[in-house]
Design a protein around this ligand. Structure first.
Ligand code: ADP
Ligand code: MG
Ligand code: ZN
Length: 639
């Protein structure tokens, strides 16, 4: 089992029950066969009194004066013979046996049409004239019915067949049925569970996420309480986090705790080849959910439909329609009826802004990879289901699985149980668990990371570098949390800073302090390990962007002063900026940016060098704790 994006078994999806239909394809084949047979019979009848001869024989027959009449058309030469001709000559030419007698022979001579292939023979006409052979009226009557069938009906049938075949291929699982009742398919594309049987106790370690969800459960339980005050129930919540951290599990737990039905489907199931199908599925789903309210609708992998409409690759009509329908359904239903929409994604950054505005998915619940205590709790939940031997130390396991997700840990416990069975034991021992850690960790080495001790130390120094430089500068923002629990999207740890108050303006020195802080991660690595790692790429990107904005938009460089060099485009969407000045200025901007960056980097190095002991002690502390909050950090710094 690996936690890829599509494998979540979000509620056993019922297989679409196809209504019985006459098999169109079979009918078509039968039609084709009948036509073919008909054609064959017609051709046989037409060819009934035709006899093919070689071209040489034909010439011989002309030369010996046997031929009466010739018809030359595109493909063949047909001819008849004179009556009362010399039968021996004919027999010789046709190489017929001597003793041929009876009706067969008579047939040969009377009214028999012979034909032969058409050859490039310029001398033919001359020969015919010389032997006074008539080539006048047609001998073979055209067969209009057969020509019509083979010229028109047959090709049409073939095209018809190909058309159906292609449609069948493309409409996927739905088959012909899917195409026939396009959009109003009553086949179920979602799963519905009356009771998920999952409770919050089954989800370990996600305390923050659970806290925000408890309130939602209460909404579903007694909507009255909230209605009386006039509070609007939230319509939806978006669960955001890396794969395998328990998003689906949490959604099920909400339904289980609230004891309401759980509708689930994956975002990709909305989107079909035909424009309009997704939108009608959204309508169907909400109509069905309304019947079962209060209930939970869970849309897994919502990024499949919720992708930003502003993507550069050009639009996708079907997806946009589906998304629009979803938006209008979410606006349309009355949340006091108790429908709660939960959605999960591991790519929140690509979601359309319209989905995230209040009144739709107004809550965003972050589901992180678990930290040390979280991992231990998850292990405990899963290990609780299997018999454990004496001496099992789950804490030791969790310490060696930094970066593992809930799904990984569940998998490890399962692997351990399997190993115990293989060893013929009825209890799981510590060695089974340790072995399982290695299996799971090695198995996902490339895909996802579990840090080695040295890497972990490096990340710890990097993050403490950020935090320390931030704390040492007076214009920087306070630290909220430092963690070295690896997460998706490349970052191995992070330092979270939040300003004390909402800020709309930043001063030049604050911007510089921020750049310094961003570059301090790399600076700390350089100080402690004497070399740089790849871990700073995101910091560098952000620092460069800030420095660039200072130069091009905020008028904070000495060289350009208050000259505006960039302007924002589509400000309400992604806020890309467009360079508006000359190419020469562009090059000069780069020089200016690199000056700012270097200056800030130097400053960060200096600050860290002056506080070397603090850096080391804090980093060692973080290495053990994995996550420390702002208060702990400040205490440790002051001590
Ligand atoms: P996601 O939807 O985030 O990709 P899932 O909810 O499908 O992840 O989790 C997959 C499995 O991993 C769950 O069925 C559960 O066994 C295990 N799991 C994940 N997170 C936790 C957790 N916090 N506590 C207990 N089990 C978990
Ligand atoms: Mg999931
Ligand atoms: Zn960093």
């Amino acid at each position: 089992m690996n936690p890829t994006r599509n494998e979540d078994g979000a509620g056993g999806h019922t297989t679409p029950g196809q209504p019985k239909k006459p098999n169109m394809f079979g009918l078509l084949i039968a039609g084709l066969i009948i036509t073919f047979i008909f054609n064959l019979v017609a051709a046989k009848m037409a060819a009934g009194n035709k006899l093919q001869v070689e071209y040489g024989q034909f010439i011989q027959m002309i030369e010996t004066g046997l031929v009466r009449q010739v018809q030359i058309d595109d493909q063949q030469i047909a001819f008849t013979l004179k009556e009362g001709l010399d039968q021996n000559t004919l027999r010789e030419i046709l190489r017929l046996p001597e003793d041929m007698e009876g009706p067969g022979e008579r047939r040969l001579l009377n009214g028999q049409v012979y034909y032969t292939g058409l050859l490039e023979d310029p001398a033919l006409t001359e020969r015919l004239l010389k032997n006074s052979v008539a080539f006048s009226k047609p001998i073979i009557q055209p067969n209009p019915i057969r020509d019509f069938i083979s010229g028109w009906i047959f090709p049409l049938l073939i095209f018809y067949g190909i058309y159906f075949f292609i449609m069948r291929k493309f409409s996927g699982l739905g088959g012909m049925g899917g195409m026939m009742n396009l959009g109003k398919s009553k086949a179920k594309f979602y799963g519905m569970e009356k009771n998920t049987g999952v409770s919050f106790n089954d989800v370990a370690g996600q305390d923050e996420a659970k806290e925000s969800l408890v309130e939602l459960v209460d909404f579903l339980h007694n909507p009255e309480k909230y209605r009386q005050i006039g509070a609007r129930q939230p319509k939806g919540a978006l669960l955001v986090g890396p794969p395998g951290t328990g998003k689906t599990l949490l959604a099920k737990a909400v339904a289980g705790e609230a004891k309401v039905p759980f509708f689930s489907l994956s975002g990709s199931e909305f989107v079909e080849m035909f424009v309009g199908v997704g939108a009608s599925r959204v309508r169907d789903l909400f109509a069905e959910a309304a019947k079962h309210a209060p209930c939970i609708v869970f849309i897994d992998e919502i990024d499949a439909i919720g992708k930003s409409r502003d993507s550069q690759m050009g639009g996708n009509d079907e997806r946009e329609q589906t998304l629009n329908q979803l938006l209008s359904e979410m606006d349309g239903f009355d949340s006091s009826r108790g429908i709660l929409i939960l959605a999960a994604t591991n790519r929140p950054e690509i979601l359309d802004k319209a989905l995230l505005r209040p009144g739709r998915f107004d809550r965003r619940i972050i589901v992180e990879k678990p930290d040390l205590p979280g991992r231990e709790a998850i292990l405990a939940v899963h290990a609780g289901k299997i018999p454990l031997g004496a001496g099992v130390d789950l804490n030791e396991i969790s310490r060696s699985t930094s970066g593992a997700t809930g799904a990984d840990l569940a998998n490890m416990v399962n692997e351990a149980a399997l190993r115990a069975v293989r060893m013929g034991r009825s209890e799981v021992l510590q060695e089974d668990l340790m072995e399982a850690v290695e299996i799971v960790v090695a198995g996902k080495e490339k895909k996802d990371r579990v840090l080695s001790p040295r890497e972990k130390r490096m990340v710890a120094f990097h993050e403490v570098g950020h935090a320390l430089v931030s704390a040492l500068q007076k214009n920087a923002q306070p630290i909220r949390k430092i963690t070295i629990v690896p997460r998706t999207m490349g970052s191995l740890g992070y330092t979270m800073q939040t300003p004390d108050e909402e800020r709309y303006l930043m001063t030049r020195s604050e911007l510089l302090a921020q750049i310094c802080t961003l570059l301090a991660g790399r600076a700390a690595e350089e100080l402690e390990f004497g070399e740089a790692s790849t871990g700073a790429s995101n910091d560098i990107e952000r620092a460069t962007k800030l420095a660039r904005n200072m130069v091009t938009q905020y008028g904070m460089s000495e060289k350009f002063g208050m000259m505006g060099l960039e302007s924002l485009s589509s400000q309400y969407l992604d806020g890309r900026s467009v360079f508006t000045a000359s190419d020469a200025s562009n090059a000069a901007v780069d020089v200016e940016i690199s000056r700012i960056i270097n200056q800030c980097h130097g400053q960060a190095l200096e600050l860290l060098r002056a506080n070397r002991e603090k850096l080391v002690s804090l980093a060692e502390y973080l290495c053990i704790r994995e996550t420390i909050n702002g208060v702990q950090f400040m205490e440790k710094l002051a001590s």
